[in-house]
Unconditional design. Structure first.
Ligand SMILES: Cc1cc2nc3c(=O)[nH]c(=O)nc-3n(C[C@H](O)[C@H](O)[C@H](O)COP(=O)(O)OP(=O)(O)OC[C@H]3O[C@@H](n4cnc5c(N)ncnc54)[C@H](O)[C@@H]3O)c2cc1C
Length: 363
């Protein structure tokens, strides 16, 4: 069973200063102007339209695992997405297309696909949050990303006022990005994933995962083995939610891996000459992706580094910033993020960018 996100408390006062902290994995975020719960696609659309009729801003919140919400909260309407369900909408001898409601807990979906022998999501095991949020930043891990299996997204288009089907080719999927990220226009209602009927995973692409599985990169392994091994590796890094483990009270990676033009990459190598070769991966267009975790660590911010009010770098992973005590403020968290970003900039001349969506706060 996965770590299912918080269910709303009925009758609670949304203007309570601790309201949104209850619905974020960082346990941070101030009050809401209004808090609505939507348990179906129709209800999500209705709640959004009602807020628009009241001329209120809307914040869609599902698992709260990729948002940093300011201490002053969100003065408009927060719609908690809690729709559930999945069904097969197309199939042939080799593939199955499954339509998943936006609020379906992501890891429950992955577990169900692995159980049924549908290959394509197994390396994304253990990622918190909802299925509907996965297209937002093209969720990825261990060499897999949802752009590879999403065929279409059904969304409410707030500009046109109607429900539309957006083909994957029009989603603008990129490394931790899409047309949906930082856009108020789209409300994802369901996502169609096309998966392969196979008891085996896709070729394992990630060296660390291959090593842990005892296979070569490019080999395939039973789906259940891939899932179990990914979850084990993730848990060791504090990357599976655990109410008992404050290292997981985070948004996962706080910064994306910077993608540098060749010239900037060569400059980085010069500035890092005394530290050895920066871990990097070649990318399209003669660009190079560099490990943000390495840059942060080598700039002097190691695991366990603490900032104001006890916010900290996870003791298990350099990229995760945690509200370790559970009592800090968003102001403290963003102050730590700023210190790290500025430290990396000064040491290496590389600018780190936050991966989560920042709401009423900035670094
Ligand atoms: C411990 C940990 C590990 C993580 N590991 C990974 C990882 O390996 N790879 C990875 O990619 N991410 C990772 N994440 C980040 C996060 O889990 C994913 O981005 C996840 O998809 C967010 O889902 P959510 O439902 O929690 O979204 P939320 O945090 O609720 O929302 C995120 C953003 O999406 C918007 N949104 C949410 N639902 C909808 C919708 N239906 N329609 C339109 N907009 C919507 C929100 O308004 C917000 O802007 C990790 C986070 C944590 C805490």
């Amino acid at each position: 069973m996965s770590d299912v996100y918080a269910e709303p408390t009925t009758g609670a006062d949304p203007t309570d200063p601790a309201t949104l902290a209850r619905y974020t994995t960082l346990r941070l975020g101030g009050p809401a102007g209004r808090l609505e719960i939507a348990t179906s696609a129709d209800e999500i659309v209705r709640r959004v339209r009602e807020a628009e009729a009241r001329e209120q801003a809307v914040l869609l919140l599902a698992g709260g695992s990729n948002v940093v919400i300011g201490d002053q909260g969100f003065p408009g309407t927060v719609v908690l997405i809690r729709s559930r369900g999945l069904r097969v909408v197309a199939e042939d001898a080799d593939t199955v297309t499954v339509r998943v409601e936006a609020g379906e807990p992501w890891d429950d979906l992955v577990a169900a696909t692995v159980e049924r022998g549908w290959s394509g999501l197994e390396c994304l095991s253990g990622i918190p949050g909802s299925a509907g949020a996965t297209p937002i930043q093209n969720v990825g891990a261990y060499g897999q990303e949802v752009a590879e299996t999403i065929v279409a997204v059904e969304a409410y288009d707030r500009t046109e006022g109607k429900v539309v089907r957006i083909a994957a080719a029009d989603c603008g999927f990129a490394y931790r990005g899409s047309v949906f990220k930082y856009s108020d226009r789209w409300v994802v209602l369901s996502v169609d994933f096309r998966l392969t009927r196979s008891p085996l995973s896709g070729p394992v692409r990630y060296a660390e995962l291959a090593r842990a599985l005892g296979v070569e990169v490019g080999d395939r392994v039973p789906l259940a083995d891939a899932r179990a091994t990914v979850r084990r590796l993730r848990a060791g890094k504090g990357m599976v939610l655990d109410a008992q483990d404050p290292d997981t009270w985070s948004v996962g990676s706080f910064f994306t891996n910077p993608v540098l033009e060749r010239e900037a990459y060569e400059l980085l190598r010069e500035r890092a000459a005394d530290l050895g070769e920066p871990p990097s991966w070649p990318c399209p267009g003669d660009t190079v992706k560099v490990s943000a975790a390495w840059l942060i660590d080598k700039a002097g911010f190691g695991k366990g580094y603490t900032g104001p009010e006890g916010v900290a770098i996870s003791t298990k992973h350099t990229l995760a910033l945690t509200n370790h005590t559970g009592t800090a403020s968003t102001a403290a968290l963003v102050a730590l993020a700023r210190e790290i970003r500025d430290g990396v900039q000064t040491r290496f001349g590389v600018t780190l960018h936050p991966e989560p969506v920042l709401i009423n706060c900035t670094i």
